[in-house]
Design a protein. Structure first.
Length: 265
């Protein structure tokens, strides 16, 4: 936990420093603006992918991220960029219980644990959702065609630091916690993870001071988002690992249409 807190502090400090430095650079070299990103998200896990009818992945497009960004244009073709974004993302599931024990290596085991602790009865079919709220801090290089032209092409790429802000886990459209245990949904996921981000698109100089942009944005998590080390005690019993040792890494992925409106300082 101490390591995660240190990572979080470093991430926030880096982005804050970039924003402060940007405000002190020469005019027309710096742009600050707003970001709005309707997005498709998912959590990729090999055990879940191979679970069969007990657990199937379902598409879930209704998420978005938004925030602010800064670009420092070193030249007409190259620069540095950073964003500060709030992102709600996750994975939807559907499946059915046959009456046999759930596969401990799949997310269906998480669903089974929740309904058992909440004394909820599910006969066969169910839907579930793992929803994660992140503060995202991408730090990127910016490569463009001549950005003094009315229309120019743009590419952003670099690492992204994700700081977990909250977690909700739904079963049949109801948020469920873990009563009579020592964990809550946020405990099951890592506080800080690192992604790679790539955004490709175009931008238009509306005026000498305003830039409108649209990019296809993709980010992929290099880290396992789940905290496989978390221990849990049920009904005051001896602590055990929440996740099965057979469960493989879970990686986050998002695809979005990133819309931006920037002001040249």
């Amino acid at each position: 936990m101490k390591k995660s807190k240190n990572k979080s502090t470093v991430c926030l400090s880096i982005v804050a420093l970039l924003f402060v430095c940007a405000l002190n650079l020469h005019a027309q070299q710096v742009e600050i603006g707003l970001r709005y990103n309707p997005e498709f998200t998912g959590l990729i896990n090999r055990n879940d992918n191979a679970a069969g009818d007990e657990l199937k992945l379902a598409s879930h497009f209704g998420y978005l991220s938004f925030g602010a960004g800064v670009v420092y244009n070193i030249s007409h073709h190259f620069g540095l960029a950073a964003d500060l974004l709030f992102s709600r993302e996750g994975q939807a599931f559907n499946g059915y219980f046959t009456g046999r024990p759930s596969d401990a290596a799949t997310y269906s085991s998480v669903v089974s644990t929740q309904i058992s602790l909440n004394n909820t009865l599910i006969v066969r079919d169910y839907v579930a959702l793992a929803e994660l709220n992140y503060i995202k801090l991408p730090v990127m290089v910016s490569i463009t065609s001549d950005n003094t032209k009315p229309l120019f092409f743009t590419l952003l790429a670099g690492p992204q630091f994700n700081v977990l802000e909250g977690v909700a886990q739904e079963v049949n459209h109801e948020d469920l916690d873990y009563p009579n245990s020592t964990v809550n949904p946020k405990d099951l996921y890592k506080t800080v993870t690192i992604n790679g981000v790539l955004a490709i698109g175009a931008a238009y100089n509306i005026s000498s001071q305003l830039v409108l942009s649209a990019r296809f944005r993709f980010d992929y998590g290099f880290d396992d988002v789940e905290n496989k080390d978390v221990m849990v005690s049920y009904y005051h019993a001896a602590p055990i690992h929440f996740y099965s040792t057979e469960r493989q890494a879970t990686h986050s992925v998002t695809g979005a249409l990133m819309l931006g409106l920037d002001l040249k300082l």
